[in-house]
Design a protein around this ligand. Structure first.
Ligand SMILES: *Cc1c(COP(=O)(O)O)cnc(C)c1O
Length: 360
């Protein structure tokens, strides 16, 4: 028997969340973002849920090829573009659209001389200062690209730095001002802008985290009124129980000390499964459907929980590390990170079960 830990993937939740995104941006087409192997879920596992998307966006060429091999006929966008001339040939062969964020990428396409034109999304650095042409260089870049053989449709694209917390207006104004008389479709909105900044929806929205039920801000309270569902449940079991008397400690570095006599449960899940080692005492966790807290350090293969609120729990009790009962964002924020990172960090050794239901 493998250890009792399992990750359940719920394609029905992804399908539902995609519908929420489409309803939020009813006049836009949707590029479902499935980079990082669908945020750790596995592209093949959620593929069936993406049918209603108008396109798929990702980074890795091999993921793009996998999506085509699954039978996807609609657009696929490479969000970081191509890195070598050989990539351009693959983009041509599999009809991939590609971002162009620097002139080197335009030159790669020019040099590869594709016979079938490649559609591009010309990326503007409107203030994020990661990828893209700055405002002063953007128009000239568009003109060079328009004059480059082998390039098909040119869409205009940018990315927001703080759509989850504040305003996008400062970037939107720069984008609109710079592109005012440039034709082409526009794409700006990540999940946060899809949810909270309708002015930014434009032709194509690019929701990622919301498809998986996570909060773009990393805070579950920001999406609590939205009908998003968790698409990943991490579940395990209690494999040991200890009764600690007052003054005793649990685990490495003895960071938690019992104040009174208490029962603790040992859960088959540790940081080698992708659970964050930084999650401190008090991180929410559910045992037999009752929300309790972790106590002490997370170790490689195990962590420990306070069984005080669930006196009937014992060996074999079901534990939800995250899912619909315990929000992944709450575990993440307790550990100083965001749900995105936890999803992506699910370890290979965790057996994955795809289920048609929303709960395991
Ligand atoms: C990851 C990514 C997205 C999706 O972001 P979420 O916050 O997950 O919705 C959209 N656009 C680009 C360029 C990205 O890299």
């Amino acid at each position: 028997m493998p250890r009792p830990i399992r990750a359940y993937i719920h394609p029905s939740a992804v399908r539902h969340n995609l519908e929420v995104a489409r309803q939020r941006a009813p006049n836009s087409r949707t590029l479902a973002v499935v980079k990082a192997n669908a945020y750790g879920h596995g592209i093949e596992r959620v593929y069936s849920a993406l049918k209603d998307a108008d396109g798929i966006a990702l980074l890795d060429l091999d993921e793009a090829v996998r999506v085509r091999q699954l039978g996807w006929k609609k657009p696929i966008l490479l969000l970081e573009g191509v890195f070598t001339r050989a990539d351009v040939s693959i983009a041509e062969e599999f009809s991939l659209a590609t971002a162009i964020h620097c002139d080197e990428q335009r030159e790669l396409i020019e040099a590869a001389k594709p016979t079938r034109p490649i559609d591009v999304f010309l990326k503007m650095n409107s203030g994020m200062n990661r990828l893209g042409f700055t405002l002063d260089k953007y128009r000239a870049a568009w003109e060079r690209i328009s004059a480059t053989d082998g390039i098909g449709k040119i869409a205009l694209m940018s990315h927001f730095a703080n759509a989850d917390q504040g305003s996008v207006d400062w970037q939107l104004e720069r984008f609109d001002e710079t592109t005012r008389d440039i034709r082409g479709e526009r794409s700006l909105a990540n999940s946060a802008a899809t949810l909270w900044h309708p002015r930014a929806h434009r032709d194509w929205v690019r929701p990622g985290i919301m498809l998986y039920g996570g909060s773009p801000s990393g805070l579950s309270q920001d999406v609590k009124d939205l009908p998003l569902r968790a698409s990943m449940t991490l579940q395990s079991e209690i494999i040991g129980v200890q009764t600690m008397s007052a003054g005793e400690t649990v685990g490495y570095a003895r960071t938690f000390q019992a104040g009174v006599t208490m029962r603790i449960g040992v859960v088959a899940c540790g940081y080698a499964d992708g659970y964050p080692r930084h999650a401190p005492t008090g991180t929410p966790i559910s045992v037999d459907g009752v929300t309790t807290r972790t106590v002490g350090r997370v170790s490689m293969d195990m962590l420990t929980v306070d069984l005080t609120p669930c006196p009937n729990a014992g060996i074999g009790s079901k534990v939800e590390l995250w899912g619909n009962a315990v929000k992944i964002d709450d575990v993440a924020s307790s550990a100083g990170t965001i749900g995105y990172e936890l999803m992506c960090a699910l370890a290979r050794r965790v057996p994955v079960v795809v289920t048609s239901r929303d709960t395991p």
